[in-house]
Design a protein around this ligand. Sequence first.
Ligand code: ADP
Length: 254
Amino acid sequence: MAGSLEGDFESNSEVSDGRQTTRGDVMIRFDNVTKVYGNDTVALERVNLGIDSGEFVFLVGASGSGKSTIVRLILKEMEPSAGSIYVNGTRLSSVPRRRIPRLRRDIGCVFQDFKLLPNKTVAENVAYAMEVTGQKRRTIRTKVPQILDLVGLSGKMEKFPDMLSGGEQQRVSIARAFVSQPPILVADEPTGNLDPTTSVGIMQLLHRINRTGTTVLVATHDREMVDVMRKRVVALEEGRLVRDKVKGAYADEV
Ligand code: ADP
């Protein structure tokens, strides 16, 4: 379907600010990270984690185990209570507030509830994400149809989100997250609102994106999906990292 277009989304070796990333570099690193909400809710406890460039990693665990907290810390939506976090070579605690938007340009985000703008068409939703990061109109005009073709939605560019199925809406949000080819894509329960068949398609799409060189981190408690994909699985239990398997299944023993 998107054969000839894939070339445009293939090489991810040079990120937007000209820094070079190569497969094997550490993309996300947590050093002894603890996060306490308020005075006494320990959401993460001394988490150590390294994710290399080009990896596909599932972050699994029961509800409340700390998955979203990890995602929010990567996005620097909040600070850890202790420990250090590095994203794409940058220590997050050294990034001043005004530089956070710049940092987030390196991280495409996909959420369970899609977060599409209801009054904009599919094409406008994707274009808007590029406009706010200051990309040229000509680049936007070229890239939007290409990425929508890549996610299998070229026939729905002028539709509004509420005219699409859940799976299609999630494809739009993946297109939006990936259109500027960030080195990292983070998805928080991307199949949480979707039926199993639709979920398979979404995971395959994330896998294809990973094959272009993008590091992909998927937080989920979709056991079946994790078991089928046979990717690295990092498991959390009550804020502790309890398992890290290269080609794991959801419920592998420690
Ligand atoms: P998951 O994504 O695995 O469901 P979370 O990271 O959302 O887990 O939550 C981890 C723990 O932190 C839970 O005990 C949750 O109740 C608590 N928590 C999450 N967000 C907040 C918050 N903003 N304020 C207080 N406690 C929170």
